[in-house]
Write a protein that binds this ligand. Structure first.
Ligand code: NAG
Ligand code: NAG
Ligand code: NAG
Ligand code: NAG
Length: 390
């Protein structure tokens, strides 16, 4: 019990640290710099009192031929390109993710929203209704869920109905150079341009970036259960995936299906055929297979960019988050909506309820402090007042 309290306390402390950072960025973004001093004070007061606040080449396909004719590139594209795939009951969660991206970013954003027919109209309506203060920072394009015609059914039934859409983004968005793909259940606690900046740190072979699936092999899933090749020691998590798609489209990937390297487009179907009986997490497993055979093409970014309950549930194991705070929070396994990880849910609720233009301290920081305080009382009674040593 003491151990559990200690872990929960750490999660909360990490969240508070990132919030302190977030609010500094937020204040700057919204040009309310003097207010920042006050907000930072409020966050520190929370801390002081121990309060919770934290791939010979085969024939090229149509997509590739198009690419070889040369992509249309804007010379100075200042925008950060963000893609998400939303199906079923994911509207609200996706809008909350998009809101968090806007709250902290200074650079203009372009959203590529892939949604099933039922959700398309709702996205359009909701995004167009956002106030000018948010609306002037982004443009968006809504796409239907599409898979290659020949194998549509197989891709659809992989893992979740539209999850494997992300594998096709480099082929669908031909004119887009680079893209940040995120799952619907993530929240940006730092500006999108901060993770975007990692693209410029890619060496000449790297074309995609992801975080490890686990920091701790003893509780890792791939190293204990996978019946297919996976990347590195514990595999990679595809919930936050940064891609230089110009490079992905140009690359021929090594594989264990033929002796010749295959393009991204050529590799997907044979890969699915070979591994479909052995994979559990759908497209993420296929990405693990691809980068297992092509490790030099992956840039691994630290866990603070894809912070999940696994990083604190059995003990804190994400060192970069301890040092620099959580930059992207990933509420996988539904923790933004249930009571298993109150700190995750509290951050989600606070951002979900916040409306653009409202006072940040009163409408975001204060309610968050308040809900974190009450979740602490409920789940680890007294942790708020106990020392970090628990
Ligand atoms: C959105 O598109 C309009 C029209 O093309 C353009 O004038 C504006 O600068 C774009 N905004 C952003 C944030 O990219
Ligand atoms: C699938 O898993 C089985 C059992 O672990 C293994 O023998 C087989 O080689 C795997 N298939 C592939 C394509 O890796
Ligand atoms: C992606 O890679 C291409 C080819 O190497 C390069 O020209 C482009 O600048 C890269 N994009 C980014 C955002 O780094
Ligand atoms: C890029 O970095 C990866 C991972 O460290 C490495 O395997 C690869 O050889 C590097 N490529 C180049 C061209 O330096």
């Amino acid at each position: 019990m003491r151990c559990f309290r200690h872990v929960l306390y750490l999660c909360i402390v990490l969240t508070l640290f990132s919030l302190v950072y977030v609010f500094s960025q937020l204040a700057y973004t919204l040009e309310v710099r003097d207010r920042w001093r006050e907000l930072r004070g409020a966050a520190h007061r929370g801390l002081d009192t121990g309060l919770p606040l934290r791939k010979t080449r085969g024939p090229a396909g149509p997509y590739e031929r198009m690419h070889r004719e040369g992509p249309v590139k804007e010379p100075h594209d200042e925008r950060n390109h963000l893609a998400v795939v939303a199906c079923g009951p994911r509207l609200e969660e996706t809008l909350t993710m998009l809101k968090s991206a806007l709250l902290f970013s200074k650079k203009p954003l372009h959203f590529y929203i892939f949604a099933d027919n039922e959700l398309q109209g709702s996205f359009k309506k909701a995004l167009n209704s956002w106030p000018h203060i948010a609306r002037r920072k982004f443009n968006f394009t809504i796409f239907p869920i599409t898979f290659p015609k020949d194998n549509e059914r197989e891709w659809k039934k992989l893992f979740k109905p539209c999850a494997s859409q992300r594998l096709f983004l480099p082929l669908i968005l031909q004119e887009v150079d680079s893209l940040l793909y995120v799952d619907t259940d993530i929240l940006f606690l730092q500006p999108v341009e901060d993770i975007w900046a990692l693209l410029s740190r890619f060496n000449l072979s790297q074309l995609a970036a992801m975080a490890p699936e686990h920091e701790e092999p003893r509780i890792g899933w791939y190293n204990r259960f996978a019946r297919h090749p996976y990347y590195g020691r514990t595999g990679i998590n595809s919930g936050v995936m940064l891609m230089n798609m110009t490079r992905i489209r140009a690359k021929y990937f090594k594989n264990d299906m033929t002796a010749v390297p295959l393009s991204w487009e050529e590799t997907l179907m044979p890969l699915l055929q070979k591994y479909k009986l052995n994979i559990t997490w759908g497209d993420q497993d296929l990405l693990n297979v691809i980068f297992h055979f092509n490790p030099e093409n992956l840039f691994v970014f630290p866990c603070q960019w894809n912070y999940r309950p696994d990083h604190c549930i059995y003990g804190s194991n994400c060192q970069t988050a301890e040092q620099q705070g959580v930059s992207i929070l990933h509420g996988n396994r539904g923790v933004f909506h249930d009571d298993k990880q109150p700190a995750f849910r509290a951050v989600y609720n606070a951002i979900q309820k916040y409306r653009f233009g409202e006072d940040l301290e009163k409408s975001l920081l204060e309610p968050l402090e308040e809900s974190l305080r009450s979740t602490t009382h409920t789940y680890c009674g007294g942790a708020a007042t106990s020392s970090p040593r628990g």
